[in-house]
Design a binder for this molecule. Structure first.
Ligand SMILES: [Fe+2]
Length: 206
């Protein structure tokens, strides 16, 4: 596991080789099971043509979270004290990590021509985890983070890698650049919120 914390303008985190390969394989198996349910969903208030991809809400697939390697693996990130200890003093924004109590998880399936223009999420934190079958079956689809929609003030390009976790505050503008070739770019997108009637999250002392 290789953690990079950006402490400059936007406090984002990139972790390479996050999960063990056995966990990655289980998630790939799960993704192959749910891919037929993937469909295009345009968020409310988003204009037509703002994004092109297909996704599935994992909570809608499984009644029992424990049946889902994707959900249980993403849940384990909350208890990753190595990660949280390393980031918590880099920026005050991470103080909010344990002021959350709810999550939603989507998986996305990207193919040539898919993209997602700059937008912000309505959650407090966004986790994006990428995986695919090897050899890498696509080109493009990198992620750009920025402080402004036009990416003029500050922006960072993240060349995504297999088994990479990216975490950032959800009000950060983010874009998925077009996939220029191939298919099979898969992402697990987890939103962390604070809402009433939550799904309880672990809250370890660190
Ligand atoms: Fe997003």
């Amino acid at each position: 596991m290789n953690i990079t914390t950006n402490t400059d303008t936007v406090p984002y985190i990139v972790v390479e080789d996050y999960f063990e390969e056995e966990q990655v394989q289980k998630m790939l198996t799960e993704l192959s099971m749910v891919q037929h349910k993937a469909e295009f969903n345009l968020p409310k208030k988003m204009e037509k043509g703002y994004k092109k991809n297909t996704s599935v809400s994992i909570e809608d697939v499984w009644r029992d979270r424990d049946c889902s390697p994707i959900l249980t693996n993403m849940d384990s990130i909350y208890e990753d004290t190595t990660l949280i200890t390393q980031i918590k003093d880099t920026n005050y924004i991470w103080n909010g990590w344990y002021n959350t109590n709810s999550d939603r998880t989507f998986v996305t399936f990207g193919k040539k021509g898919d993209y997602y223009k700059p937008h912000m999420d309505i959650s407090q934190f966004t986790l994006m985890y990428y995986l695919w079958e090897e050899p890498k079956p696509f080109e493009g689809g990198d992620v750009i983070l920025s402080t402004d929609k036009q990416q003029e003030d500050w922006s960072a390009k993240i060349s995504i890698k297999r088994n990479m976790l990216v975490v950032f505050p959800s009000p950060t503008w983010h874009e998925v650049r077009p996939i220029t070739k191939g298919e099979g770019r898969m992402g697990v997108i987890r939103f962390i919120y604070t809402v009433p009637d939550p799904h309880p999250l672990p809250n370890p002392k660190i």
